[in-house]
Design a protein around this ligand. Structure first.
Ligand code: CA
Length: 233
């Protein structure tokens, strides 16, 4: 599961891209202008940025330059989304260190292939495909969105599934409620940290004997244990 940031002012395109990335097993953050995009890139350090060249506030090439100048953001790969007739900007973008570009209108499938290629080159997690997690009595098929505890399949909602994988992928590290809200529910969600508790409780109930893999860290958040032995399951 890679974390991607979409900086694009066209809301339809932003939504389509966000939807397709989520379907492919990635996390998608979205920004409607350059200022928000820069802030999210610095705060969340995504594995890849999809960067529109023509934005209402800053140009894509400016953003590209600022990301490449930032110590925390310079290694984030960038795919530029350009319209026809923006060749000059595209060349500038490459000079500034963008990794790839696609010209609008593009097929989502083509863009997804480009994304996989750039993530692979960057050594970032590539998302879902045929990836099966085996952890003690827990087994998760990321691609099929299926979970088993022992021999029994557990029915999780899409949100619970995402919550489980988000915790698992950062096992042995405490995840704060607000970080989980950001990463599982999305940054614009109009919900409170209490929602996290409710969903973790429900997830644990469904996980039955694997429930102790998810620990409560009092006053902070949750932690997926580092090894099955830790939970004694
Ligand atoms: Ca635009």
């Amino acid at each position: 599961m890679a974390k991607l940031l979409i900086i694009e002012d066209e809301s339809d395109l932003r939504q389509v891209l966000g939807y397709n990335l989520t379907q492919a097993g990635h996390e998608a953050l979205t920004a409607e202008n350059g200022a928000i995009g820069l802030r999210l890139a610095r705060e969340h350090r995504p594995d890849l940025v999809l960067l529109d060249l023509m934005l209402p506030d800053l140009s894509g090439t400016d953003i590209c330059r600022m990301l490449k100048e930032g110590a925390d953001t310079k290694d984030i790969p960038i795919i530029m989304l350009t319209a026809r007739g923006e060749e000059v900007d595209r060349v500038v973008g490459f000079e500034l260190g963008a990794d790839d570009y696609v010209t609008k209108p593009f097929s989502v499938r083509e863009l997804m292939l480009r994304i996989q290629a750039v993530l692979r080159r960057a050594g970032a997690p590539e998302g879902a495909k045929t990836d099966v997690v085996e952890f003690g009595c827990l087994r998760v098929d990321r691609d099929a969105h299926r979970v088993w505890v022992g021999d029994l399949e557990v029915e999780l909602t899409a949100l619970e599934f995402k919550l489980l994988l988000t915790l698992y992928d950062r096992r042995n590290r405490v995840q704060t409620r607000s970080a989980l809200l950001d990463d599982v529910w999305g940054i614009q969600a109009d919900i409170t940290t209490r929602t996290v508790d409710t969903h973790v409780k429900r997830l644990r109930e469904k996980l039955d004997k694997a429930r102790d893999y998810v620990e409560t860290v009092r006053g902070v958040g949750y932690r997926f244990v580092g090894s099955p032995d830790e939970a004694g399951v």
